[in-house]
Design a protein around this ligand. Structure first.
Ligand SMILES: [Ca+2]
Length: 221
C-alpha cells in the first residue's frame, strides 16, 4: 500500500485497506478447494464499492479484478495542467505526482481549473481530493474525449475541503475540475487529486535510443 499522510489521507488509507482485505477474503475463498461457501460475503464502503460474494471460483476472480480496478488511481503520474500556478513549486503536476506533501496551488481568483489527461478514454467512478487549507467551495467535475467539449458529471456547491470524495460517474480521456468559488481568500490548492476508475494509458516512458557503437580503434601501420 502506498504510504500517505495520516491526517487527511486516513480515510483513503482505511478504505484502501478495507478493499484490500475484501480482495484477500475473496481470493482466499476462490482458492480454497472446490468448496462453495454460500453466504460468504465481504462488503466494503465507498472507496471500492466492493462486494465480493463467493459462488464459483471464476465469478470470484472476476469480482476481485473488478474490485482492484475500481480502487486504482488512474490519474497518478499522468499529465496535468491548470489555469494558473502560484509558482514553479506549485504546478499542476504536483497534484498527481503520488506525493502527499507536494501540491498544486492556483493564483487567487475564483475562476480556475485543473485537468488531467488520462492518456486514453477511461471509465471514471469517483474522485478523492486531498485539499490543502485553500479549498474549493463550488466546482464541477467534467470529462472530455477531446479536451475541448466538456460534460459535467458532478457538481459541488458547498464543499468544505479536507479529504473530499466526489462521486463522478462518467467516461473520457480528460478530467477537469472547473472551480467557480473559493473557500478562502487564497486560491485553490490540492495535495493529491485521485481519480478512481478503469482505463487510461500511462505516458510513454523515457526510452532513449542506444548510443551508436564506437568506431573501431585506429590500427597502427
Ligand atoms: Ca502531490
Amino acid at each position: 500500500m502506498r504510504t500517505r499522510r495520516t491526517n487527511r489521507g486516513a480515510v483513503v488509507v482505511a478504505a484502501t485497506a478495507l478493499a484490500a482485505a475484501a480482495s484477500a477474503v475473496a481470493l482466499a475463498l476462490a482458492t480454497s478447494a472446490n468448496a462453495t461457501p454460500q453466504g460468504a460475503l465481504a462488503h466494503v464502503g465507498h472507496a471500492g464499492h466492493v462486494m465480493a460474494q463467493a459462488d464459483t471460483s471464476a465469478q470470484n476472480a472476476a469480482l476481485v479484478v473488478a474490485a482492484d480496478a475500481q480502487a486504482t488511481d488512474i490519474a497518478q503520474g499522468k499529465t496535468a495542467s491548470a489555469s494558473s500556478a502560484e509558482g514553479d513549486d506549485y504546478v499542476a503536476s504536483k497534484a498527481v505526482d503520488g506525493d502527499g506533501s507536494t501540491r498544486w496551488a492556483s493564483q487567487q481568483s475564483d475562476d480556475q481549473w485543473i485537468k488531467v489527461d488520462l492518456g486514453s478514454t477511461a471509465t471514471i467512478d469517483h474522485l478523492v481530493i486531498d485539499w490543502e487549507a485553500a479549498y474549493g467551495k463550488a466546482f464541477t467535475v467534467q470529462t472530455s474525449d477531446d479536451g475541448s467539449a466538456w460534460t459535467t458529471v458532478a457538481t459541488v456547491t458547498n464543499g468544505s475541503g479536507g479529504n473530499q470524495t466526489v462521486a463522478a460517474p462518467g467516461s473520457g480521456r480528460y478530467v477537469r475540475l472547473a472551480f467557480t468559488q473559493r473557500g478562502t481568500g487564497y486560491g485553490y490548492s490540492i495535495f493529491s487529486l485521485h481519480v478512481f476508475g478503469t482505463g487510461g494509458t500511462d505516458p510513454a516512458p523515457y526510452n532513449p535510443r542506444p548510443l551508436p557503437e564506437a568506431p573501431p580503434a585506429p590500427t597502427r601501420r
